[in-house]
Design a protein around this ligand. Sequence first.
Ligand code: HEC
Length: 118
Amino acid sequence: MKQHRTFMLAIACALGAMSGASNARPLEIKLPQETASYKPSTLPGYNLTQQNCMICHSAQYVSTQPSTSTRAYWDATVKKMKKPFGAPLKDEDIPAIVDYLVKTYGAEQPLTNAAVSK
Ligand code: HEC
């Protein structure tokens, strides 16, 4: 009987130590690289893109286009989102959105070390 109680105590201690240890461990969550939202920018098209281009899909489609994509490509793509896809875009907002996209994701990105070493 005495032996049994000691055993139960040992289990209780072990459980206590285990839960204590897992509580003390800092929570580590590794998030995947952010591709779902648009890259922040001071260009006027950034806000317009956020307002108009998140309605149907995330920024994933944009961020996976080739970085060599030209202004004409982005212009055609944005116009395609309006018609036939049905994005509620104002025609006067399209040039600013295209400008943001080509300078942030396309062929008119500023040269960085990363871009040069590609
Ligand atoms: C009305 C819904 C809608 C809105 C709003 C919308 N898209 Fe799309 N987008 C789509 C659909 C549908 C596809 C095609 C998905 C597929 O092919 O699987 C697409 C695909 C894309 C692609 C992938 C390449 C391609 O040509 O198919 C890009 C890039 C893109 N959208 C950019 C944008 C941008 C930039 C905006 C804001 C100007 C935008 N989208 C707003 C519906 C929309």
